[in-house]
Design a protein around this ligand. Sequence first.
Ligand SMILES: C[S@@+](CC[C@H](N)C(=O)[O-])C[C@H]1O[C@@H](n2cnc3c(N)ncnc32)[C@H](O)[C@@H]1O
Length: 196
Amino acid sequence: MTRIRIRPATVLAGLVLVAGLAALLTPAAPVVAEDKKPDIFYVPTPQEVVEKMLELAEVKKDDVVYDLGCGDGRIVVTAAKKYGCKAWGFDVDPARIKDSLENVKTNKVEDLVTIEKKDIFTLDLSKANVITLYLLRDLNTRLIPQIDKMKAGCRIVSHAFDMEGVTPDKEVKVETKGSGTKTVYLWTTPLKKKKD
Ligand SMILES: C[S@@+](CC[C@H](N)C(=O)[O-])C[C@H]1O[C@@H](n2cnc3c(N)ncnc32)[C@H](O)[C@@H]1O
């Protein structure tokens, strides 16, 4: 009787071939981008400051307001309720998106306010007339290339933090009931860049 000897190297080569074929035939798993972490943690703007930011930006019914890093959605909800304008809130934190959506629902402004889970540094700002910010100075500064692409006459208001290399049109102080005095900055597009 003829004995067939299978050598270990042959077995190994077979296994490698089967594994390779299996890998080729298995549909590729979708590439899931890792969730973007917030660049700054959540601290809400006191309501008196929210009101002042929108007043300083001279928000009108026809305006489109974007809050970049919308937290619980208080700025976009206030803009919609007080001025009847459309407003978009963007945040990367799922907990903040949930809070904002609840806030929109509670205040019945679903027809005016949209909340989206997006990294603000990837946004096209060309549809907005008003941008509201409560971030940090270096984050405001990182937004300049996006703001530079906006139409002329858009207003940008920021709670507490200015923007490096850009002169604000106004800088006002707001007294709050429980959080002391806060500063709000206003810029209009095109931004007034400081000369070196
Ligand atoms: C200081 S809070 C301001 C919240 C709200 N705008 C307000 O004034 O009450 C900053 C918010 O920005 C969000 N945030 C941080 N980095 C972000 C990014 N790259 N894209 C979108 N949202 C971001 C945080 O999750 C947080 O809710």
